[in-house]
Design a protein around this ligand. Structure first.
Ligand SMILES: [Zn+2]
Length: 578
């Protein structure tokens, strides 16, 4: 399969433009990188789309691996080194038939080797490189790790008892334990690892899909040693335990590079430690992978393609705004347009997009930064957050003078952003002419596929959701090993997209109530957060409990309350962990 053929195929299927192909060819000459890699790195096409095209050309089936659990016990069949070298991973075995996912189906050497070493029939499927690497981690690093933590704790405790406190941080057993605790977090897909000293023990907890889950507990005798070892890894002062500190750990587990942000704070029981896992693979998913409905997705793409006016994304901290915005930014044609951002902080580097990190302390804040940015001849601007009236006013003016401006606000509903911006001092007439779309979102946990079963919901939950009876077809997870007993695995978004139609602009300009505005948006086809949630629950993707939890603060249009006009929930924490 020649590079040119793949490139042309991608152009023909509309995945990339011919202009992008020219640029790819030029870059490839200079860097010598493979096209499959380069096209993804530059953000021209999603890895899934590229792998699908490769699969089509090779005649092998395409298989995305993210949702797929890799069958256990296959690690013994394929040597890790061989698997990594040839970018392949065994997926499942049915009697004499072994299904193997590969990134490049034209590389037959690896498959031949495997056929010989296992004596099995090999069925080849094509998967994105990233999926294969993740599946390899799952298979070789994590499945084997189960149950090791308790042993590691025992070993460290024994070693401590023998040696005493002195020189304990150099102890192999403690080093292994700290790595083991991080590895366990990684195995559970934790976004944060907490180590909290209490009177009799140190509790380790993992945040998974937004919820804290209990991990192992450490004997108090180990607390100082574990702390010291972690601080060394993070480059912190191990002698200082009375003041908060923060640092970073870069760690390799197997061949997987992990980046952690470490922070400590003294408590009355000793130092508390939190490790935040900075995992880039979940930040930029591509607009079609964030769980948006077809109609909403089409409308959002339409808004992005007009390339003028303002699009606002709203939701509380941790609602997935960053993922949506980064996915939207990477869907833009950054070859033909200058796309620039002002962020606090820059969470992930996007290809071809000029990102700046604001720093209020040095005077490079959102408003002064935005003014400077507008002198940089941009087409599309993303402003991390509308924190003040000045920033909002400049952004609105930019949106009215031929720029596409995207930003975020902390409000509970899409329509709630309008009165908020008025409160911030933006005149109503400017809003109705500049704003094109308002998007509110939340995250709900997805029912675990491995332990799913029929579900009868709690009548109280049904009532609180404003339903007369539970919809049919509800599912929930019973709890299993794959989901750490929670019944959920992964998260998806609930979305509420409101387009600024002439009717809506007129009604807002005339000072109509939120209920009336919501009715106009509904007539334009807006599906509100809770409605989207109920649809997902009826499809068995999530549960009513999750929908209630995620939308408890969202004003519902059919309750016709005017919550949104008095919406005052501003979170001081501007960060939004995707
Ligand atoms: Zn499960």
């Amino acid at each position: 399969m020649s590079i040119l053929r793949l490139g042309e195929r991608l152009v023909r299927s509309g995945a990339i433009t011919s202009e992008q192909l020219d640029l790819l060819a030029a870059e490839q000459k200079r860097s010598g990188q493979r096209l499959t890699q380069l096209v993804v790195e530059l953000g021209f096409a999603s890895p899934e789309r590229v792998a699908e095209t490769v699969a089509e050309m090779s005649g092998s089936p395409y298989m995305p691996l993210q949702q797929q659990s890799i069958e256990e016990g296959l690690a013994a069949l394929v040597d890790e080194e061989v698997a990594r070298k040839h970018q392949m991973v065994p997926v499942r075995r049915l009697e004499n038939r072994l299904t193997v996912a590969v990134a490049n189906p034209t590389n037959i050497i690896g498959v031949d080797q495997l056929r010989q070493s296992t004596g099995l029939d090999i069925e080849v499927v094509v998967s994105p490189e990233g999926h294969i690497a993740d599946a390899q981690d799952q298979l070789y690093l994590l499945q084997d790790h189960r149950g090791q933590i308790e042993e590691q704790i025992d070993r460290a405790e024994q070693a401590m008892a023998e040696i005493g406190d002195t020189g304990v941080r150099e102890l192999g057993a403690v080093i292994e334990l700290v790595e083991g605790l991080i590895r366990e977090g990684f195995r559970r897909r934790a976004t944060d690892i907490h180590m909290e000293p209490e009177e009799r023990l140190t509790r380790v907890r993992y945040r998974v899909d937004g919820v804290l889950l209990s991990g192992p507990s450490l004997p108090t005798a180990l607390h100082t040693a574990v702390m010291a070892r972690t601080k060394i890894l993070a480059g912190l002062d191990i002698g200082e335990s009375r003041l908060p500190q923060d640092g970073r750990i870069r760690l390799e587990i197997g061949r997987k590079k992990i980046d952690l942000r470490v922070s400590t704070i003294p408590t009355i029981r000793g130092e508390n430690l939190v490790l935040r896992v900075l995992d880039k693979s979940n930040v930029v998913l591509g607009l079609d992978a964030i769980g948006m409905g077809e109609q909403d997705l089409e409308n959002l793409r339409g808004l992005l393609s007009t390339q003028t006016g303002m699009i606002l994304v709203t939701g509380p901290t941790g609602s997935g705004k960053t993922t949506t915005l980064y996915s939207a930014l990477s869907s833009l044609d950054a070859v033909r347009n200058k796309v620039a951002t002002l962020e606090d902080p820059v969470e992930y580097e996007l290809p071809m997009i000029r990102q700046s990190q604001v720093n209020e302390k040095t005077g490079f804040g959102f408003s002064s930064g935005l003014r400077a940015l507008l002198r940089q001849d941009p087409d599309i601007i993303f402003v991390g957050e509308m924190r003040d009236g000045e920033t909002a006013s400049i952004a609105v003016r930019a949106a009215m003078t031929g720029h596409l401006v995207m930003s975020t606000l902390h409000t509970t509903s899409a329509l709630g952003t309008l009165p908020r911006l008025v409160q911030m001092g933006v005149p109503v007439e400017l809003l109705t002419t500049s704003v094109r779309g308002l998007l509110a979102q939340r995250l709900v946990r997805v029912v675990c596929e491995s332990c799913v079963r029929e579900h009868r919901p709690d009548p109280a939950v049904v009532r609180r959701l404003g339903l007369e009876e539970a919809p049919p077809g509800l599912l929930s997870g019973q709890g299993c090993d794959a989901c750490s007993g929670t019944g959920y695995r992964g998260r998806t978004g609930l979305y509420e997209l409101v387009r600024m139609t002439p009717a809506l602009a007129q009604a807002f300009g005339a000072g109509r109530s939120m209920g009336e505005l919501a009715a106009i948006a509904a007539a334009d086809g807006t599906r509100f957060l809770r409605q989207h949630g109920l649809e997902l629950a009826a499809a068995g993707r999530t549960t009513l409990d999750e929908v209630l939890r995620a939308t408890a603060d969202a004003p519902s249009p059919d309750r016709s309350d005017d919550d949104a006009t008095t919406d005052q929930t501003v979170t001081a924490d501007g960060s939004d962990h995707a």
